[in-house]
Design a protein around this ligand. Structure first.
Ligand code: 3PY
Ligand code: MG
Length: 255
């Protein structure tokens, strides 16, 4: 009903998502039209607000792609709103315990899995349908709750987090994970230690039958992550692409 993102990932296909931090729907739509399989609107560290998220989702959908939203830490009410506005998946940062995962799932899933409140009028409209019964019957499977694993606690509790019925998969945050694993000594998202833990997480997610996603800092990192079994790959943010493109162009003309 909303998109085939869930089915695509469950079938084991790879989804490359662009990462949008600039709160302008046209930017997200441009990334979607450029060929990304999906675009993620970032409310945690990016500048997106609920306003730019609801407009951004519509713009990404206009380009025929599914939209993903990353909410701020602990803002579980925003997860339900993102779904109401038509998000195909929501990424919640810093899910460090079974309780965090339960709360996230509770806001993401309609009964009997959770207690998400009813109101997906916009989601149904932009999906081209208006059959509430169909939405009610399929939403829990169609929309994905992805728990970010990016702390020592999150890694330690991974089994319990994956055991929560409404959690569809995990999304690894290698930057925060590197800071956590080094006790604050280093930001090294592609370092040996983080990559080892990244591999262990992939194995445990595979055993659970759920979805593994990760934020990648470059193409090499993305390739390694895919080899490890990650299927939802975030690669390239609008701000960094704009900056790198600008710098490359200016360098060519000697500036
Ligand atoms: C991290 O690497 O910590 C992230 O949250 C990626 O966005
Ligand atoms: Mg993080």
């Amino acid at each position: 009903i909303i998109s085939s993102l869930g089915e695509t990932l469950r079938a084991g296909e790879t989804v490359i998502t662009g990462w949008s931090s600039l709160p302008e729907p046209l930017v997200a739509e441009t990334m979607a039209r450029a060929g990304y399989d999906a675009v993620t609107l970032d409310m945690q560290h990016g500048f997106h607000t609920m306003e730019s998220v609801h407009r951004g989702i519509a713009a990404i959908r206009l380009a025929g792609k599914p939209a993903i939203v990353r909410v701020p830490v602990g803002d579980f009410a925003a997860t339900s709103r993102a779904l109401d506005f038509g998000a195909a998946a929501v990424i919640a940062p810093m899910i460090n315990s079974y309780e965090d995962a339960r709360k996230f799932a509770d806001f993401m899933k309609l009964a009997p899995v959770g207690s998400r409140s009813w109101g997906p009028h916009r989601a149904m409209a932009i999906a081209g349908g208006s059959d509430p019964d169909a939405y009610l019957a399929t939403a829990n499977r169609q929309t994905l709750a992805l728990a970010m694993i990016e702390s020592r606690e999150g890694v330690a509790e991974l089994e319990a987090i994956l055991g929560v019925a409404g959690i569809d998969g995990v999304f690894v945050g290698p930057s925060d994970l590197s800071i956590a694993l080094s006790d604050g000594a280093a930001l090294d998202p592609t370092g040996e230690r983080v990559m080892m833990v990244t591999g262990e997480i992939a194995e445990r997610v595979r055993d659970s039958g759920k979805i593994a996603g990760i934020f990648c800092s470059n193409v090499g990192h993305a390739g390694t992550a895919m080899d490890l079994g990650y299927r939802l790959i975030a690669l390239g943010s609008d701000a960094s692409i704009l900056r790198a493109g600008s710098e490359a162009l200016l360098e060519k003309i000697g500036r």
